[in-house]
Design a protein around this ligand. Structure first.
Ligand SMILES: Nc1nc2c(ncn2[C@@H]2O[C@H](COP(=O)(O)OP(=O)(O)OP(=O)(O)O)[C@@H](O)[C@H]2O)c(=O)[nH]1
Length: 440
């Protein structure tokens, strides 16, 4: 599909910078290059040219690259101008190019949208490309790059192919059921493959939590009685870990969050209000929030002041926890009573590096092998669950007859097709492309 209009945008980052890359895609690309660069350049070869405005004045001196469609990123003619990364230079270039008849400024994600519409990328690869552009940690980058290269799509398309094959076999069996030469075992083979596929899809869906951790972070919640030393530990973790990704705003007064990058894995640590029978209303709300937050944790750090141990109650039993004895410096020669997983002193710095290593190890274990192919969006999980439901229904529906079972296989394959965008996805496009920045 070739668009009528051409689009232009600044495709590189914030200015000023060493170089700014201005990209144009669409039918007017060739004409714009000829006009601005004083003639065409060789396909796919970087060429240094003087760049002229339409009034004949010199705008800059830069590299020009021309990628003829359909073998370009968008599938259309595409050109890039690599100019000096000053605001005025980029501004003048953009204004000049967008001033050509039939050329306009691009919407966010519009280059990628054209690539999708021209069959250069499927929907899952498009989502992975958005993840790659937004990746902040090494795990996020590794996860996104393999999916952008098509690993996740290949898995879904593989299942879809097997289902299409299964359906063809069942339909052949229906058509030739009177004839002697269709062996009865065909149907057995088909249904045992469908059963195997249900297991494979279930295992794949189980990996979604790992994908969520890669993307949103491993959730660590610090809990303990008032004065147990929670805020001191929180501050120490925030300061000790050099690679803080962001200090996320939007946290409430009583839940404070810091985001760490531990060996390439995003880890979110939340400090909570001290747990006790609250005397006041405001504190009671804070304590409620702390308890609610504990339920969403991947790991709880349960802090107890060794000099004044107060065990905390009503902690979720099914969430992994580390029981941590704090203020170990105050103990001097006494031995701590009770079983603790770690001892720390934020005053002397004892035990903090070990604790960080333990948290980092657990976060890494939670995401498993980054090479695993996981569903990366809730959208994928929902469609995979529908696929599974149709398959389970087809598998157990012997009494309904082969025609209906074959139809359920078709519906299952259709859901897989929707994940990669091979079937009917118009309604999703605006949502997906709004995740991109302008120029991508
Ligand atoms: N000696 C010693 N004192 C500590 C240590 N950690 C914290 N404290 C002190 O213990 C007191 C309480 O520390 P916080 O970190 O504010 O404790 P908290 O659990 O956040 O307290 P709330 O906000 O009331 O829930 C402060 O006076 C700290 O200076 C430590 O490792 N050693």
């Amino acid at each position: 599909m070739i668009s009528d209009d051409s689009i232009v945008a600044l495709s590189s980052g914030r200015l000023p910078a060493g170089i700014a890359v201005i990209r144009i895609s669409g039918p007017k690309t060739r004409f714009v290059v000829e006009t601005i660069a004083g003639g065409m350049v060789k396909d796919r070869v970087a060429t240094l040219r003087k760049l002229w405005a339409t009034d004949g004045s010199l705008m800059d001196h830069g590299l020009v690259l021309f990628f003829p469609g359909p073998t370009s990123f968008t599938g259309e003619d595409v050109a890039e101008f690599h100019v000096h990364g000053g605001r005025a230079v980029a501004g003048r270039m953009l204004e000049t190019i967008a001033g050509f008849d039939g050329v306009r400024h691009a919407e966010p994600g519009e280059f990628t949208r054209r690539a999708f519409l021209n069959g250069k990328l499927d929907l899952v690869e498009t989502e992975a490309l958005a993840d790659l552009v937004n990746a902040e940690t090494e795990a996020q980058r590794r996860f996104a790059v393999q999916n952008a290269e098509g690993a996740q799509s290949a898995l879904y398309l593989g299942w879809r192919r097997r289902l299409i094959h299964a359906r063809a076999m069942i339909e052949a069996e229906i058509d030739f059921s009177d004839e002697e030469d269709v062996p009865g075992s065909v149907s057995d083979t088909v249904w045992s493959d469908v059963r195997a596929m249900i297991d494979e899809i279930s295992r794949h869906i189980d990996g979604f939590h790992a994908a969520e951790i890669i993307r949103d972070g491993f959730e660590v919640v610090i809990l303990g009685a008032p004065n147990a030393g929670k805020s001191s530990l929180f501050n120490a973790l925030a300061r000790r870990e050099a690679a803080i990704v962001t200090d996320e705003p939007g946290t409430t007064r009583d839940l404070l969050e810091v985001v760490l990058d531990l060996n390439g894995v995003r880890v979110r640590v939340t400090d909570t209000a001290g747990l006790r029978e609250a005397p006041g209303k405001v504190e009671a709300i804070g304590i409620e929030k702390a308890r609610a937050k504990a339920h969403t944790a991947d790991l709880m750090l349960l802090l107890e002041d060794l000099a004044n141990p107060v065990a905390i109650s009503e902690i979720p039993a099914d969430i992994p926890a580390l029981r941590i004895g704090t203020k170990v410096d105050l103990l001097k020669d006494q031995r701590p009573l009770g079983a603790y997983d770690a001892f720390i002193s934020t005053v002397e710095g004892t035990g903090l590096a070990e604790l960080l290593a333990e948290i980092g190890g657990r976060a890494a274990a939670a995401i498993g092998d980054v090479g695993d192919i996981l569903p990366s969006r809730l959208r994928h999980v929902e469609l995979l669950n529908e696929t599974k439901r149709f398959l389970a229904s087809a598998l157990s529906g012997e009494e309904r007859g082969q025609e209906l079972r074959a139809e359920e296989l078709r519906l299952a394959a259709d859901r897989l097709g929707r994940i990669v965008g091979a079937v009917d996805v118009e309604d999703l496009l605006d949502v997906i492309f709004s995740q991109f920045c302008i120029g991508k």
